[in-house]
Design a protein around this ligand. Structure first.
Ligand SMILES: NC(=O)c1ccc[n+]([C@@H]2O[C@H](COP(=O)([O-])OP(=O)(O)OC[C@H]3O[C@@H](n4cnc5c(N)ncnc54)[C@H](OP(=O)(O)O)[C@@H]3O)[C@@H](O)[C@H]2O)c1
Length: 337
């Protein structure tokens, strides 16, 4: 392996640009190549970020022998196909959230990574922020007693940009609030409570047929509960709270990219805790993936593949309750149009 971990980016859209910025801030990483559906886009992106190698085809990017890992930055419906392309070409993969549209796809991706002995991780960058390190530390120290409930939401109004940001509302690209932003509260709940025993949910649908907003209650053993919602047409509080028998951890507005929490405990003054935060929060997941590759691991201990799959399974179960499937899903059991 070269001195620096050599990254490629597949799909040159808006989040790819933010990721390219982040790579420039990580000493142990270099952005060596980009791949796009067109030469024009690959070259424009390559010029903007001074990327040495540009390809007007995802296959050509995957076949680049001088790459260690490829970041998948395409719409949800392509995550599985693009990831498997890169794994089969011998590359590690960091795939944008959600790992997959459904559990069938997720399992294929994970099976492929394990069979090829290549690194794979869902780019759930929130999990790697110093804020989440602190949350895990407080929970491990029993700072709020026995954890009983969690509340979290992520919603914003995208209608002004909907034409420009078609992937958010296009069912053919697996758009919708659940997969796009609902996955963040679900991942938080998964980090705190693990896999749910029961799921209760409701969704509201927009003119293109995708879920515009949704509400979810997950149940866990010993009566523990997580209450969450997500939205693409509604401004929500964008807050989270982890609540226990002896207090509460409040994550402030914008918690999935945040650096502040308040520890609230009866009889004690509230404690505002501010954590370090890089301007570009992707640097933490990049450093984690570089470390895993350097040390020869096939997956990341903080965001393991079985957990990413369990989150996708929860989203499948939620969509089943709504009777909602994407147009390209013919084989999702018990799901009707
Ligand atoms: N981590 C985060 O904070 C965060 C934030 C936003 C989005 N995301 C995730 O990042 C991924 C991409 O989102 P984005 O906002 O960057 O999307 P975007 O701006 O639309 O870019 C997606 C790129 O994918 C490629 N692509 C391939 N087939 C496509 C198709 N049929 N339609 C549209 N684009 C296609 C295009 O690149 P080429 O033309 O160059 O091939 C396009 O520029 C999604 O999985 C999303 O959930 C993550």
């Amino acid at each position: 392996m070269a001195d620096k971990i050599r990254w490629g980016i597949l799909g040159c859209g808006s989040i790819a640009a933010k990721f390219a910025d982040a790579l420039k801030c990580v000493d142990e990483a270099e952005l060596a190549a980009v791949g796009s559906r067109t030469d024009e886009n690959a070259n424009a992106f390559g010029d903007a970020w001074h990327v040495p190698r540009r390809y007007g085809s995802y296959q050509k990017l995957a076949d680049d022998k001088e790459l260690d890992i490829i970041y998948i930055a395409t719409p949800h419906h392509l995550h599985a196909e693009n990831t498997i392309l890169c794994l089969n070409a011998g590359k590690g993969v960091l795939c944008e959230k959600p790992l997959a549209v459904n559990a069938r796809q997720g399992r294929e991706m994970i099976d492929c990574a394990r069979a090829k002995k290549r690194f794979l991780m869902e780019a759930m960058w929130t999990r790697f922020l110093p804020l989440m390190d602190k949350v895990r530390e407080l929970l491990a120290d029993n700072a709020i007693g026995e954890v009983r409930m969690l509340a979290a939401d992520f919603g914003f109004r995208c209608s002004d940009r909907a034409e420009e940001k078609q992937r958010l509302i296009d069912p053919y690209l697996a758009g919708g609030a659940l997969l796009d932003v609902g996955v963040y509260p679900l991942a938080l709940s998964s980090m705190v409570f693990g896999k749910p025993l029961g799921i209760h949910s409701a969704g509201s649908f927009g003119r293109t047929g995708i879920d515009e907003q949704n509400a979810m209650i997950l149940t866990f053993d010993q009566g523990r509960l997580a209450v969450m919602y997500s939205a693409l047409q509604t401004e929500t509080t964008q807050e989270a709270a982890i609540m226990g028998t002896e207090g509460m951890i409040r994550l402030h507005r914008g918690w999935w990219r945040g650096n502040k929490l308040t520890l609230v405990r009866p009889g004690k003054s509230e404690q505002l805790i501010e954590l370090p935060s890089h301007d570009n929060g992707f640097v933490y997941e990049i450093k984690a993936a570089c470390r895993d590759l350097r040390e020869g691991r096939g997956e990341n201990a903080l965001m393991p593949l079985d957990e990413s799959l369990a989150i996708v399974q929860t989203m499948d179960a939620i969509r089943k309750q709504w009777g909602f499937k994407y147009p390209f899903e013919s084989d999702v059991e018990n799901v009707k149009n």
